[in-house]
Design a protein around this ligand. Structure first.
Ligand SMILES: *Cc1c(COP(=O)(O)O)cnc(C)c1O
Length: 381
């Protein structure tokens, strides 16, 4: 089946008791057994819930994987991955990592003796240099947040396989429609389902998709043992959101292209970061591993003044100033003071995350209105 068909049909079956075409919200914590141990596959909703099962199977299909495993947030999903490891193990990740993941790694797991290295992953040689006998996993993100760097997943996978390491990829920014890391050699794909998969800014959720059975069993064990599972109502909302993922992503990408080009020609804009530009440093890799380039764009202002960035963001009427991304409505954010405030300023500036940088999550509104909103806000500085 092609992507749009899988988005609508995979994992979901008409309900066996009534024929309901939509998977019911099984709002139940437990399931009655006829006799001890004699049940219908469901015992307790931390372990299994039919609404969650439908979503997990749907997500697995969208990522061309065998096992989908859902969590109560994206960070809950990453947390489960790190619990695969032991004190003394080392993980190599990217230096412009999502701020919350950086915080989880450095403020929580370093305390438990797991060591993290952060390198600019666009240079795979720098990743290779950090590998030693304790290294267990490479954790990648592409496109990166908020600098929109593209990491070569095939090259990373080759490096990981050659050194017996797991490759985990945070695929949140791309969504399964734009990129399928398992097909490129990754072992674990992670999503903040909160973003494009949910798509309507009404759910917080995370997911992992893997192919390998043994790895899946270890992660499913952690899901149940640690308990960060989503509720059935949220699973229903995400199943509903996913039914339009393919058409939403097409429009996000189309609007992204229009807005990126508009900003690039604007006299008050210093630099625009969007992987669809032919002069983006990793455009060729983006083209080879992504179906399209999406609606995430960052840009900095001439003069690089925090005050100007603030003024622009206060002047928008359509781009709402808010954390998060990937919803149908356009959002803007200020990485230096919002999502990436937990990363020290020197670290931030090393990767181009300057004070005037504004990140846009271009929604699926009419592009003409979005352009007018940008024109107005930029005219205020
Ligand atoms: C939002 C986000 C996360 C964290 O997901 P939550 O659902 O907020 O816990 C992780 N990675 C990326 C790239 C994100 O955008």
């Amino acid at each position: 089946m092609k992507f749009g068909t899988k988005a609508i049909h995979s994992g979901v079956e008409p309900d066996s008791s009534t024929g309901a075409i939509m998977t019911p919200i099984y709002q139940t914590s437990t399931y009655v057994q006829r006799s001890p141990g004699d049940h219908q596959g469901y015992e307790y909703s931390r372990t299994h819930n039919p609404t969650r099962t439908a979503l997990q199977n749907n997500l697995a299909a969208l990522e061309n994987g065998k096992h989908g495993i859902c969590f109560s947030s994206g960070l809950g999903a990453i947390d489960a991955v790190i619990k695969l490891f032991n004190p003394g193990d080392e993980i190599i990740s990217t230096s412009d990592l999502y701020g919350g993941t950086y915080r989880l790694f450095t403020k929580v797991y370093e305390k438990y003796g797991i060591k993290f290295h952060f390198v600019p992953m666009t240079n795979v040689d720098l990743v290779a240099e950090k590998i030693n006998e304790n290294t267990k996993m490479i954790w990648a993100e592409t496109p990166t947040n908020p600098m929109m760097n593209i990491v070569d997943l095939r090259a990373l996978s080759k490096l990981a396989k050659g050194n017996n390491l797991l490759l985990g990829v945070d695929n949140t920014f791309a969504s399964p429609f734009l990129q399928n890391p398992l097909d490129l050699g990754a072992d674990i794909v992670m999503h903040s389902v909160t973003k494009y998969l949910g798509g309507h800014s009404d759910v917080v959720m995370g997911a992992l998709v893997v192919n390998e059975d043994e790895l899946a069993q270890r992660l499913i064990f952690i899901q149940n043992a640690c308990g960060a599972v989503p509720g059935p109502q949220d699973c229903f909302l995400v199943l509903r959101g996913i039914k339009t993922l393919h058409i939403r992503m097409e429009r996000h990408s189309q609007n992204g292209k229009t807005i990126a080009a508009y900003l690039k020609n604007h006299p008050k804009v210093e630099k625009v970061y969007w992987p669809g530009f032919e002069d983006h440093p990793n455009h060729d890799i983006a083209k080879s591993q992504m179906r399209d380039f999406g609606g995430m764009i960052s840009f900095s202002l001439k003069g690089n003044k925090l005050e100007d960035a603030r003024k622009v963001m206060e002047s928008f009427k359509l781009f709402s100033l808010a954390e998060s991304l990937g919803g149908v409505e356009s959002l803007c954010g200020h990485p230096a003071t919002m999502t990436h405030a937990s990363i020290p300023k020197e670290e931030r500036e090393k990767v181009g995350l300057v004070d005037s940088l504004i990140r846009l999550s271009v929604g699926i509104e009419d592009a003409e209105d979005l352009k007018n909103d940008l024109a107005f806000a930029l005219s205020r500085i």
